[in-house]
Design a protein around this ligand. Sequence first.
Ligand code: GLC
Length: 549
Amino acid sequence: MADFKGSTIYQIYPKSFYDSNHDGVGDIRGVIEKLDYIQSLGVDLIWSTPFFVSPLNDNGYDVEDYRKIHPLFGTMEDVEELIREAEKRGMGLMLDMVFNHTSTRHEWFQRALAGEKDYMDYYIFRDGGADTPPTNWQSKFGGSAWEYVPSLKKWYLHLFDVTQADLNWENPKVREELKEVIRFWKKKGVKGFRFDVVNLISKPKIFEDDNEGDGRRFYSDGPHVHEYLKELVADTGIGDLITVGEMSFTSLDHCIRYSSPEEKELSMCFNFHHLKVDYRDGNKWALMRPDYRKLKELFETWQTGMEQENGWNAVFWCNHDQPRIVSRFGDEKKYWKESAKMLAACIHMLRGTPYVFQGEELGMTNTGYTDISEYRDVESIHYYHILLNEGKSREEALQILRQRSRDNSRSPMQWDFGTYAGFSEQEPWIKIPENHKKINVAAEEADPDSILHYYRKLISLRKQYAVIREGAIEFLYREQPEIFAYRRLLEGEELVVLNNLTNREVVLPEAVSCQNSICLLHNYPEELFQNTLEMLRPYESLVLFKRYS
Ligand code: GLC
């Protein structure tokens, strides 16, 4: 079994990473050209979001052919070279498998549309009149989750965009097809797989209206999901690779089952509960200040719950669907550096495998777009119109997008001081934040105190200290919402992690003695570090290590 506990995973959104042929869109050769940089971070695996043939309505999460590379991103030779070159540098490639749905342009769906019975059974078609969808379920991107096909007089299910049709996993032929895709990529030397919204693959037997919600309670962690995952893993022999499932609206009990080694399903799970603490009444499009008490409770529940039952968490703040964390829970301005470092330490010292999303290691911020024409994301554009229809003004709707849009994370990687931040010589497909002259790799390489160097230290600590990889976890100051603190313990080793989540000084409920401890990491200058800590400065963060004989 690969060492997923000791690994750190770097996520790349190729469209926005580096544009090697200067057409304004990032590509696979761009990733190859930047492999030395990625290696310099100390990461083990590179997860790339999809680069397969696709109409790109959802930027590649709408796959038309799982075995072909979209020409915009490059060729199969490029991917093979990426795998080889990454390996030379001690890193592996993790591919993103979107198996809950395919693009409606996929050959299977096209044949289904042509009325081929075999292929209709690859998807979820239901009878019904043109005016009455089979259920009232809502798509995650807004609107009904069903689309009517007049020529077939049937509806098909799409939990996401109308061009992303849900696959019918009940059909053994579908499961076989998907296994073949995995075998194909495994043979090419891929070292890991991320499975997109994989806890949604098993739909209920009976489709009924949801009078309490949008339907998700019927299909999240559905009836056969564990069976299907076990079968997929066993029949493709990927139990020895690093695998992670993206779990939407999931529960701790299910994630224990998905990730505990005895179950032989996945290495670990992403869950998103901690990234909803600033959603008002659970609604992403209703703004609220983050509830830190809730955040702490959630981390505690998931960390200790997974530990007790031998499950494993993927730990993260950022990905291509989330706003930038420094803009969200930190401070983009006065305490930009301190807060970005503090948030990084919160995650990297937890029990779990940390993920870093491109640019997070620089403290990249939200993009600050001011006009709807600047957005590219299908979800953001849908919701803009939904918000207007609900009666919000343009300014209100844009204000919400400025904080919640997925495009906040999809702006080009900021490499240097150039016009387009060194990402491309052409105007990029999506706008670059104004602050790229200050926040970029070149600037941070030159600054010994940069966020970039801090991430490198955090990543290397995981390699050096077994307590970070393996230690038990215990939460401290549980009643104090401003302080996110925990202890990690492993035979004679102790790590204490203290983080002030706020921009105010906070007095510690009990003074912490630092005697006999080594301070492994601190986001304020060392000379201010005292032997007894009584309070934490704004966004202050410390990692203390002690060895008992
Ligand atoms: C996942 C992806 C997201 C995509 C969705 C549908 O949540 O991360 O980007 O839109 O699945 O595939």
